[in-house]
Write a protein of this length. Structure first.
Length: 117
């Protein structure tokens, strides 16, 4: 699974699932291209998620019971909308807590004057 990033690609690589879950937690539902554009806008172009990374991740989240899919016809085309299940909402909270703890630990490692509380 790869994310095309202008810089720091290895730092972002393991965060795709958390990014998707967080965005869906903040929205009622989103479709794939909308997710890529939201990430691009929020990061001012720093992070660009490719379709080759996004859709396998979405399919895995769906298979794991974390997402529901709704297919709607928009402008004579079928569009898949993704939304969190209850299990997905719980997993989002868990992933965000893990990320928060990881960031705190990394801050201590790069700046030993800080301490973990």
């Amino acid at each position: 699974m790869y994310i095309c990033v202008m810089a720091n690609s290895k730092l972002y690589k393991g965060s795709l699932i958390t990014i998707i879950l967080k965005l869906l937690d903040e929205s009622d539902k989103m479709y794939g291209y909308e997710i890529t554009q939201k990430v691009k806008a929020l990061t001012k172009g720093e992070l660009n998620i490719t379709e080759g990374a996004l859709y396998p991740a979405l399919h895995k989240l769906e298979a794991d019971g974390l997402l529901d899919v709704e297919v709607m016809k928009v402008d004579n085309r079928l569009r898949k909308y993704y939304k969190l299940t209850d299990k997905g909402t719980r997993e989002t909270k868990s992933k965000l807590n893990e990320l928060h703890e990881y960031i705190k630990t990394m801050q201590v490692l790069v700046n030993p004057k800080w301490s973990i509380e």
